[in-house]
Write a protein that binds this ligand. Sequence first.
Ligand SMILES: Nc1ncnc2c1ncn2[C@@H]1O[C@H](COP(=O)(O)OP(=O)(O)O)[C@@H](O)[C@H]1O
Ligand SMILES: [Mg+2]
Length: 245
Amino acid sequence: MIADNLHIVYRVYGTGAGKGGATAALNRIIRRRPATGVREVHAVKGVSFTACRGESIGLIGSNGSGKSTLLKAVAGLLPAESGKVYTHGQPSLLGVNAAMMNDLTGEKNVVLGGLAMGMSREQIRERYDGIVDFSGIQEKGDFISLPMRTYSSGMAARLRFSIAAAKDHDVLMIDEALATGDRAFQKRSEARIRELRQEAGTVFLVSHNNKSIRDTCTRVLWLEKGELVMDGPTEEVVAAYEAHQ
Ligand SMILES: Nc1ncnc2c1ncn2[C@@H]1O[C@H](COP(=O)(O)OP(=O)(O)O)[C@@H](O)[C@H]1O
Ligand SMILES: [Mg+2]
């Protein structure tokens, strides 16, 4: 997997392009006259790296530094402004982007999520119990047969992680999934990430928890303001990042 001088720009429409103060914005809202400006956010600026099979790569950096954007771009969910991403197979992003339907039960979402990732109905049937057990959703009652909207955000995140972790991935990307569960779930996740890594895929992990990064990653990319500050062995990069904070 290669990212070559990758630039990602968001275009936010109807912002008034930052012109006018708060009063102007308020008047626009009250008069329901849409603003016509476009504001550009240059979220990833010329990032290049090569990831090999078997590598487990952490992404660190302060809030808004471009970690989630970079993962989405590598997963093919955001178009590149310039530069390019080359991948073997389809990268899958665990976390925010997994398609989950709030009005459907957890059960139905396990099936839909599995199908969306390219699993067959037979595979889903075989792995269903494992997915539900892994998520820990049933620990506090029979939640799997209730609609997802009755789940806490942590429960929903755990179920998303469990569905995606049931499949072997070429390139697996996890955005802050480890931070959401309790200690037992984090332990299961870390163990599963290690297994997935051994199955020779490439793993990307975004986390605010430097311990998770240290425990699961062999290499770390440090982003700030959309630029790659450092790329190297985990301990070297995390230590530099901690010293910088
Ligand atoms: N959908 C979006 N539209 C416009 N700007 C966005 C969007 N998503 C993120 N951004 C901006 O892009 C930058 C990088 O955000 P993000 O990738 O979410 O950072 P991180 O994951 O490191 O916190 C930030 O300035 C953020 O405000
Ligand atoms: Mg993020």
